[in-house]
Design a protein around this ligand. Structure first.
Ligand code: TYM
Length: 350
């Protein structure tokens, strides 16, 4: 049976969608629609893995779920041609996670750097869900037997774990997989991470060595997708830089994280390589480059913010997109899960 080339990716509804999420992930989601069949998921099961104080409680979760959906649509994802849905509405995600929990090894999970970062010093007090987060991610992807996964750089290690889980499942159940008609013994594909573009790791505007993040306590560290033009201008003008003029070649960015970050953002927003941007702005002062960056950022982000606002006023429409998407996702999910359960040997009614 030939594998369909399929894209899956997810975004957590935990508030403050920012330029990093947009350039590292969503822009690529939009592009991939041309050549793949795509599923884009609002991962609400992942969102609750930290304390309620972090994700904000039920009303906030619902609001953020609709907001991420609106951001997908406003950025150009077509929910009719592709599938947009929220994870909790397709029960297969949680069910396949259980099977994968019994395939993945504790040692693999204890190497996950994001768990260590998020759990912090008080690891004993982290939720079991936070520890299991990467296994749920593997289930998200493999429930649709997706082959390609567009993500930012920070998800690379999780994607490697998904590949390990797919491989170990195929190895552990090889004979049964062949017995179910998969002659090559490969039931799950090894999903390939797509970490592409000049902004796979957008950094904080206040500190070029720290990732731009939803959870940074300083709102000035990030540009939110819903920021208005004045706020964007203020944040970029305040962004940390160094006293040197911009270099004329990319090599000159190597030891200058803040300059590198702003040039990377400009490159990603304009769809050009960094070397092109430096050809235009190299040798000049940051102030004029920042003015151009403000203009570009506002031109690209304000139509998205306006559409998100319009959609926020019509939650019924957004909910309908999610309901319709979940129904279509569920058709694929049920088929995979049924075969996966047969492969493992769970008895069922025939
Ligand atoms: P989340 O919501 O934290 O991030 C969503 C996407 O945004 C990317 N990203 C960034 N890219 C560049 N620069 C940044 N500063 C930056 N910050 C975030 C993330 O890499 C991600 O692609 N665990 C995933 C959600 C998920 C998922 C999946 C992804 C759940 N299941 C299955 C792929 C496949 C996450 O971190 O989401």
């Amino acid at each position: 049976m030939a594998m369909v080339e399929r894209v899956f990716s997810g975004v957590q509804p935990t508030g403050n969608l920012h330029l990093g999420n947009y350039l590292g992930a969503i822009v690529n989601f939009v592009k991939l629609q041309e050549n793949y069949s795509c599923l884009y998921c609002v991962v609400d099961l992942h969102a609750i893995t930290q304390g309620v104080d972090v994700w904000g409680g039920p009303a906030e979760l619902a609001r953020n779920t609709r907001e991420v959906t609106a951001a997908f649509i406003a950025s150009g994802i077509d929910p009719k041609k592709h599938i947009v849905f929220n994870q909790s509405q397709v029960p297969g995600h949680a069910e396949l996670t259980w099977i994968f929990n019994c395939v993945a090894r504790v040692g693999w999970l204890s190497r996950m750097t994001q768990f260590k970062e998020k759990a912090g010093k008080d690891r004993e007090n982290a939720s079991v869900g936070l520890y299991d987060y990467p296994v749920l991610m593997a289930a998200d992807i493999l429930l649709y037997r997706a082959t390609h996964v567009p993500v930012g750089e920070d998800q690379k290690q999780h994607l490697e774990l998904s590949r390990d889980i797919a491989q170990k499942f195929n190895n552990d159940f090889g004979d049964s997989i062949r017995g179910h008609g998969f002659g090559d013994g490969l039931f799950f594909p090894q999903p390939e991470p797509l970490i592409t573009g000049p902004a796979t790791r957008v950094m904080s505007l206040r500190d070029g060595t720290k990732k731009m993040s939803k959870s940074d306590s300083s709102d000035n560290s990030r540009i939110n997708l819903t920021d208005d033009a004045d706020t964007i201008a203020q944040k970029i003008r305040k962004a940390k830089t160094d006293p040197e003029p911009l270099p004329t070649e990319e090599k000159g960015l190597e030891t200058r994280p803040e300059a590198d970050n702003l040039v990377g953002i400009y490159a990603a927003l304009s769809g050009r390589p960094k070397s092109d941007v430096l050809r235009d702005f190299g040798g000049g002062q940051f102030s004029s480059f920042k003015n151009a960056l403000v203009e570009l950022c506002v031109a690209k982000l304000s139509p998205i913010a306006a559409e998100m606002k319009r959609l926020a006023a019509d939650p019924g429409h957004v909910d309908q997109i999610l309901i319709d998407g979940a129904e279509r996702a569920n058709v694929i999910a049920e088929q995979t899960l049924k075969t996966a359960k047969d492969i493992v040997g769970f008895v069922r009614k025939r």
